[in-house]
Design a protein around this ligand. Structure first.
Ligand code: BDR
Ligand code: CA
Length: 312
């Protein structure tokens, strides 16, 4: 199986990403590290642990990460995910504590100990990885690729132009891009194709187990937020779009592009700049950018994984 580290801020869609990784035998989840983002880092940590408890997989180590960004103010997404960061159905309480290592310590140790390079998936602000690689740039040798949810080739969501994760810590993304490590970016232009339609939610709630029904209820809460704030008819389930291409290379179509992130704009801090048409001739592509999702395959991957977890 492909060794994977997941750095996240659960979050309803992060929670589904965790379940997709756990329910996919071709991946081996080495650990989960948490970050501020959808909620304070303490809540993100507890939410990650509650999701592991729901899946019966508390053997996966969880390490507490950054409480705020490399520079600037803390931005939180509770206005989307509720006070706990994962509001909605009741969840089992964790029975295992987080590990004593910090997120960067756990990431570094797992990277060094792995016999093969590790895929690092980031579905929250990039802080933990940005801090780690600015301190220990040599660790990129142990990383197969970084695949992250953030940014967009188009508009934003947290601000008119900036997506939440890249807004929350643009300096950290800038560090990661500047290391030259292979990067795949999954932005809003892609994840807005990953809608949990009523038909998808119905398939979840019809599952004869708590894992499926819990996801259906999460989609209800998340969907209400998306309708209220952004007038979406169904919620875009962003974060599992980083895991799905590790399972099926054809689920997303990519384009190699130069990507940068705005650090200083008056209105545009945290906005990703994606050179789709090679308008910056002295810049070469530094990332594969997700362009098109096969939504049917995507939901099949997720529902299959949920069923594996729910009916072992
Ligand atoms: C991203 O921000 C969070 O609300 C989601 O979990 C996702 O990672 C979408 O902009
Ligand atoms: Ca997230």
């Amino acid at each position: 199986p492909t060794p994977v580290l997941l750095d996240c801020d659960p979050g309803h869609d992060d929670a589904v990403a965790i379940l997709l990784a756990l329910g996919s035998p071709s991946l081996r989840l080495l650990g989960i590290t948490t970050c501020f983002g959808n909620c304070a880092v303490e809540d993100a940590t507890r939410n990650a642990q509650r999701v592991l408890a729901l899946a019966g997989r508390e053997d996966v180590p969880v390490a507490v990460g950054a409480a705020g960004p490399m520079r600037g103010e803390v931005a939180l997404g509770n206005y989307v995910h509720g006070v706990s960061g994962l509001d909605g159905p009741a969840l089992p309480e964790p029975t295992v504590a987080p590990v004593h290592e910090t997120a960067t310590e756990l990431l570094a140790r797992c990277l060094i100990d792995s016999p093969e390079p590790v895929t690092v998936v980031v579905t929250g602000p990039m802080t933990n990885l940005g801090v780690l690689l600015s301190e220990e740039p040599g660790l990129t040798e142990h990383i197969r690729e970084v695949i992250f949810m953030g940014g967009s080739t188009e508009r934003g969501n947290h601000t008119p132009t900036a997506e939440f994760n890249t807004f929350a810590d643009p300096e950290a993304l800038d560090v990661v891009l500047s290391t030259g490590v292979p990067v795949r970016m999954v932005g809003l232009n892609l994840t807005h194709q990953a809608l949990a339609t009523p038909a998808v939610v119905e398939r979840m709630s019809a599952m004869p187990h708590l894992v499926g029904r819990t996801c259906a209820e999460w989609m209800g809460f998340f969907g209400d937020s998306y309708e209220r704030i952004w007038e979406f008819e169904a919620p875009p389930v962003h974060d599992p779009c980083t895991i799905a291409p590790l399972l099926d290379p054809d689920v997303i179509r990519w384009r190699d592009c130069f990507v940068a992130v705005e650090l200083d704009g008056t209105w545009t801090r945290g906005t990703t700049v994606v050179d789709l048409f090679g308008r910056l001739p002295d810049r070469t592509p530094n990332a594969a950018v997700a362009m098109e999702l096969d939504a049917e395959r995507y939901w099949d991957l997720i529902l299959t994984a949920l069923d594996r977890l729910g009916s072992p």
